[in-house]
Design a protein around this ligand. Sequence first.
Ligand SMILES: [Zn+2]
Length: 170
Amino acid sequence: MSEPRMIPSDILWQKDGHLSDVALDALADGQDALVPLCVREHANECEPCAIRLGDAFLLSAQAQTLLQQQSYRQIPWPLSLPSLLTVLVLALLGALPSLGGFVAKAQNLAHTLSAVVPNLTRALVVLSRSEDMAHFIALVFLIAIVVLLAGAATIVRSLPRQTASYGETR
Ligand SMILES: [Zn+2]
């Protein structure tokens, strides 16, 4: 790593031979590497400069505290909890009509399953008990049921919502 550049010495000193504010600020901010050794030695040996350095330390600490308070200040939530709950309730009320359609579809599905499942069960029973020809017939029956179910599901999904709910046909 390269050495940090030094502050030019002509701005580190005042005309009266004491340290400039630039030099004191650099020391107060802990940037000792930016000033030459003679500046640090002067700050330790000269009482007026040591007093000014103490003031600069205090100022730097206050500035850091203010900056931390600014960065930690919380951004207020744009919505209050009651208004958020109100919006949620309104959204739920708005979703109620479609919820009824969902219930109707679920009832249709349950009705379809109650009609199909016994037939599937019978086909499985036949498959497990019969001879080769009966195996074949039961297998065809089973495949037909599966194809019919898949076709019905495809048709129901492709229909518009109202047509599916009220059974209107054109
Ligand atoms: Zn001095």
